[in-house]
Write a protein that binds this ligand. Structure first.
Ligand SMILES: *Cc1c(COP(=O)(O)O)cnc(C)c1O
Length: 399
């Protein structure tokens, strides 16, 4: 089909909940993606932090194809080998001792909210309140939407889930004020990503861990976007010398296939018994095999170290842009290969101009340019991205 036809049909038949760039992506190879007009794009978005290994990573492709030829979906009425391997692997590379699999970040958040309440209910304690944070993002389903601290996502959707309170991110006093004898858990992103790339302060997260322990409250970390090497550590919480009780993972987990997971300690796992929670597709053999191949490649190829190294380089390049264009940029925030460049204006026009220069990137919270390259990116690609970005900036400043 011709490009204009595909776009036309998309606009005719797809529910219009997205503002898409007017290109049709056809084929990918590592850090590069080609569209239907054979234009090549350097990928600094990774499908929203999903493709940590870039497009069409051979080991991942083989794992998917080999498994699909052998066995497809089986359901959780039975064991499947790739899924058991994945659960063991995730526990080996994190604080966790038990894993629940689902299909998305929002679904992992739902599981964590249910488990937090059920855990205390099983202990005979009437604790059900969840403390979340302003400016947070946890997904679009009702539970996840209810703990998302941004009015624009919630407007017109009420009534939402009761028992949710919002504190101020990086303000420990604001959390202390909300803790009571009904509090079950405190939930936060280790870096607020959709909210504009705001990392948690060292002191804040440490104090929050102490505060939740002292009060017998669970700490839930949402690492849906920051996990699996994105920040230059396997999990972002490792930067802080703390461990959560519950953690959500998704985006990069399935190497491009839909997968979410809730990782927990043995202690908290006691909150759920057979029948308490489920997911039809959760942890199916094909996506599990993809995730195993993904994590094995991350470990084998030292991808986390590359993320840390190239993240530093990217950050230094973005800092140089602030000096060069102070009228456009004011601050760079982030860790590893999740970096946000604060703009003095709406970022969407510059994002679009970058697409025209052959550079895919995103925005966050309207005025932040969001950089999420594959974790296999090298200095050469970062230099090329900066070249393309400078061309886009020149056009932006003309108009
Ligand atoms: C993307 C995201 C979610 C939601 O994940 P979906 O897979 O879109 O449901 C939740 N939390 C964070 C931090 C995210 O970045």
């Amino acid at each position: 089909m011709q490009t204009f036809r595909i776009i036309q049909n998309g606009d005719d038949y797809l529910l219009p909940v997205y503002n898409r760039q007017k290109i049709v992506l056809m084929r990918g190879d590592g850090n590069y993606i080609y569209d239907s007009e054979r234009v090549v794009y350097l990928d600094f978005f990774s499908g929203i932090a999903v493709n940590g290994l870039g497009q069409a990573y051979p080991e991942v492709v083989n794992a998917i194809a080999d498994t699909a030829r052998k066995i497809g979906h089986v359901s959780n009425y039975y064991y499947n080998e790739p899924n058991v391997r994945l659960a063991k692997l995730l526990c080996e590379i994190s604080f966790a001792q038990k894993v629940f699999f689902c299909n998305s970040g929002a679904e992992a958040i739902e599981a964590s909210l249910k488990l937090a309440r059920k855990y205390f209910s099983r202990l005979g304690q009437d604790r059900f309140e969840i403390i979340s944070f302003d400016n947070s993002f946890h997904g679009r389903t009702y539970g996840a939407l209810s703990v998302t601290g941004q009015k624009k996502y919630q407007e017109g959707c009420g009534p939402l889930l009761p028992g949710i309170k919002f504190a101020t991110y990086n303000d420990i006093e604001s959390v202390k004020k909300l803790i009571g004898d009904k509090t079950a858990a405190v939930l936060l992103e280790t870096i607020q990503c959709e909210g504009g790339i705001h990392p948690a302060d060292q002191k804040f997260l440490k104090e929050l861990r102490d505060l939740t322990r002292e009060n017998g409250i669970l700490l839930i970390l949402d690492e849906v976007q920051t996990g699996l090497g994105r920040t230059g550590k396997m999990w972002a919480y490792e930067h802080y010398g703390i461990e959560p009780d519950i953690m959500t993972s998704a985006k990069a987990l399935g190497a491009g296939l839909p997968m979410g997971a809730m990782l927990v300690t043995n202690q908290v796992a006691q909150g759920f018994k057979p029948g308490d929670h489920a997911s039809t597709f959760g942890g199916n053999p094909i996506v599990s095999a993809a995730a195993v191949a993904n994590i094995e490649a991350i470990i084998l190829k030292d991808v986390v170290a590359n993320s840390a190294k190239q993240g530093e380089y990217l950050k230094s390049q973005l800092a140089a842009l602030i000096v060069e264009f102070p009228q456009l940029f004011t601050e760079v925030r982030g860790m590893g290969l999740v970096q946000g460049l604060q703009m003095t204006r709406d970022a969407s026009s510059l994002v679009q101009k970058c697409v025209r220069e052959g550079l895919l990137l995103g925005s966050a919270h309207a005025t932040v340019l969001r950089f999420l390259p594959p974790l296999i990116i090298g200095e050469e690609e970062i230099n090329l991205a900066m070249e393309k970005l400078r061309k886009a900036i020149a056009v932006e400043l003309q108009g």
